[in-house]
Design a binder for this molecule. Structure first.
Ligand SMILES: [Zn+2]
Length: 325
């Protein structure tokens, strides 16, 4: 494993490479930036390099015990904490603490990655601070978060902060071409949707239903503006049927309303859904800017509520009410 295959994030990658080559490793790092921007991938590569007993020219050897175990996902010196629940409680952090007392088995370091670190309760963060205060020399903790500000100031001040940036449209296209292939116009559309987020772009590109869902929504959304009950029921049924794809559905809905807004402001040439320009232009005329912004807010709020494990039916019903204005 090495950083060669990583597109973008030059600043972060150079910083990590430098600390490896100068052997100046912090005990705690915070990787912050939007979902799907490469925090986890880069953290894993960095961990692999920290653990390898014979790294050369910034790449792991792939042959030492640590590398082989890392490859299998069974390296005891590497712990990745990932919880689906709403919070990360103090018990998990106590687990890290207890484990960190044991010396590494195959490496000079022991690496802990905590995904969604802002989900740590205050108590959990305070507990983690104790590990930061007197860390055994070999411990490296990497916190991943989309929300740097919501970590405690005391945690932030003890960790090295590396901020991940959005990718440019060209970088997203480069990755899509290399990893997915296919027609240029389809990839352009996906890159437009992803808005600088590689993980999101790959997710959409790999979603076989993306274009089916988009066509269906471009039929449904203009109709609910009229407020006819049958149309609203139809959209409600669609949301229920596509529960498993709600992330993609909400992205498409956001892009639809964003395009209406852009079109209203005279930006007809900057549409994400440029292939559906006629539908957008026709609808943009009859909408007030304030109402479009209200819809965008409602969709963003629904997405946030669902990420926080809100009741699906309640969240989508409330969304429908708000979309009708
Ligand atoms: Zn190795």
């Amino acid at each position: 494993m090495d950083f060669e295959g990583i597109t973008g994030q030059r600043e972060v990658v150079e910083n990590l490479k430098r600390s490896l080559s100068e052997d100046r490793i912090s005990h705690a790092y915070i990787f912050s930036g939007p979902q799907g921007i490469g925090k986890k991938t880069i953290a894993r590569i960095f961990a692999g390099l920290l653990l390898c007993s014979d790294p050369r020219d910034g790449a792991t050897c792939g042959r030492c015990k640590a590398c082989l175990l890392m490859e299998n996902g069974t390296n005891p010196d590497f712990v990745s904490i990932n919880t689906d629940g709403p919070g990360i409680g103090v018990d998990l952090v106590r687990g890290i603490q207890a484990d960190s007392v044991l010396r590494p088995m195959y490496s000079r370091h022991k690496v802990y990655i905590v995904k969604d670190a802002a989900k740590m309760t205050v108590q959990a963060q305070n507990c983690l601070l104790k590990t930061f205060e007197e860390p055994p020399g070999y411990v490296v903790v990497i916190l991943l978060t989309t929300n740097y500000e919501s970590l405690l100031e005391t945690v932030r001040s003890r960790a090295q902060h590396l901020q991940f940036r959005k990718y440019t449209h060209d970088q997203v296209m480069q990755v899509l071409k290399a990893r997915v292939g296919g027609s240029g116009s389809a990839l352009e559309l996906i890159a437009g949707y992803a808005d600088g987020n590689i993980g999101q772009a790959l997710k959409l590109a790999e979603s076989s239903e993306f274009s089916v869902l988009r066509d269906r929504l471009f039929d449904l959304l203009p109709r609910i503006a009229t407020g006819r009950t049958s149309d609203i029921f139809e959209l409600a049924a669609f949301l229920e049927d596509n529960r498993d794809s709600i992330d993609v559905v909400l992205e498409i809905m956001l892009a639809y309303y964003r395009d209406l807004l852009v079109a209203r402001e005279g930006g007809g040439s900057m549409l994400i859904n440029s292939d559906k320009k006629d539908i957008i232009m026709n609808n943009a005329r009859s909408w007030h800017t304030g109402r479009i912004i209200g819809c965008i807010d409602a969709i963003a709020a629904a997405g946030e509520a669902l990420r926080q494990h809100a009741n699906y039916q309640l969240a989508t019903e409330y969304l429908l009410i708000r979309l009708q204005g």
